[in-house]
Design a protein around this ligand. Structure first.
Ligand SMILES: Nc1ncnc2c1ncn2[C@@H]1O[C@H](COP(=O)(O)OP(=O)(O)OP(=O)(O)O)[C@@H](O)[C@H]1O
Ligand SMILES: [Mg+2]
Length: 323
């Protein structure tokens, strides 16, 4: 995960990191690989701490023998849309295995696949939906077909679902009658076959806490089979290394105490704030053209609080809290 670039990674002040730029998560990714061998997993961590970056890393570099599919489900409002999103993404990302798995099943998925010119003209989703007016009511059937076909192949499939609790909240808001049936159906597929014998493996993740979301909906019992793997916060040493390398590799000359001063001031780090402070230190150095001194760290932290950039980032918290 150490960058192979000759130049250091960009500063990321909001977007997920691309896998080549993801530092400090090697041990955590191998822990996830181990857990996923035998269990379905929920990746838990507070907001803005790097969950999606880790999910993207795993999607690009899944455990050996796994195909990966990564879905972002924040705006999904109905179980049928969730199933169709999985099918559509599977179709576009792994067209050959998808055809091999589904073509001979005699299902509506196979029928849609046979309409090659419709798929070319309108995409898989539309072609599929146009065959069944009541497709939304039949989400369970399509979901079962999905699992049956996915389990019949050579490869294991890792399904990464980001913002899963948001999807449950949306289901509750728009189609409350589907929440418990969906969760119960989903749980049934996670329990049988036993994960160790299942070709399908789930990694769920979300910014809103899943347990409290389901507790509020009285559905907490529907996820107690998932293995909770918390994303560890960055350590003080990692914060020091981050500041040191991001400045040094840009040619910045700085007081050698600056990285540990940042680590001390930031406390339990929220990575996005670490990025913003370090970026600000770099900008101060570039603008002024003289070596960074300890007082510049105070300046960077003051900027973090007042900068409109920081206000934008904090807005994220407000909207999530509201949600
Ligand atoms: N390993 C890391 N090293 C340095 N910064 C990081 C790291 N991981 C994440 N970040 C910082 O956190 C920001 C958010 O990353 P990411 O989107 O992966 O987090 P998230 O937990 O999914 O956020 P959200 O709660 O909004 O979904 C990045 O833009 C970057 O500033
Ligand atoms: Mg995220």
């Amino acid at each position: 995960m150490k960058s192979n670039h000759s130049t250091p990674p960009d500063f990321y002040t909001g977007a997920p990191l691309i896998p080549e730029d993801l530092w400090f998560r090697e041990d955590f990714v191998s822990l996830l690989h181990d857990e996923l061998r035998t269990a379905h997993v929920i990746l838990s961590a507070p907001r803005r701490t790097g969950k999606t970056s880790v999910m993207d890393y795993l999607a690009e570099r899944p455990p050996t023998g796994f195909l990966s599919l990564s879905v972002f489900v924040q705006d999904i409002e109905h179980p049928a849309d969730f199933i169709l999103l999985l099918l559509d993404l599977f179709h576009s990302k792994h067209p050959k295995p998808f055809k091999a798995l589904f073509q001979k099943t005699g299902s509506l998925i196979a029928k849609a696949l046979s309409k090659v010119s419709d798929i070319e003209a309108h995409g898989f989703k539309l072609t599929f939906r146009s065959q069944d007016e009541a497709w939304r009511d039949h989400w369970r059937q399509y979901g079962d077909e999905f699992f049956a076909a996915a389990r019949s192949g050579q490869n294991s499939i890792l399904l990464l679902v980001d913002e899963f609790p948001d999807m449950i909240l949306n289901l509750h808001k728009h189609h409350p009658e589907t929440v418990r049936p969906f969760l119960a159906w989903f749980r049934g597929h996670r329990l049988s076959p036993h994960p160790m014998k299942d070709k399908v493996r789930w990694l769920l993740c979300g910014s809103v806490n899943l347990s409290s979301t389901l507790d509020a909906l009285n559905c907490l019992d529907e996820i107690n089979d998932l293995t909770d793997v918390p994303l560890p916060p960055l350590t003080q040493e990692q914060v020091v290394e981050f500041v040191h390398r991001m400045l040094k590799e840009r040619g910045v000359i700085f007081d050698r105490e600056i990285p540990s001063l940042v680590a001390g001031k930031i406390g339990r780090p929220i990575p996005v704030f670490l990025q913003m402070v370090t970026q600000d230190l770099y900008r101060i150095w570039k603008r002024r053209g003289t070596d960074l001194v300890l007082a510049d760290v105070d300046g960077a932290f003051d900027d973090l609080i007042v900068a409109s950039g920081a206000r934008d980032k904090l807005q994220h918290y407000y909207s999530r809290i509201e949600q």
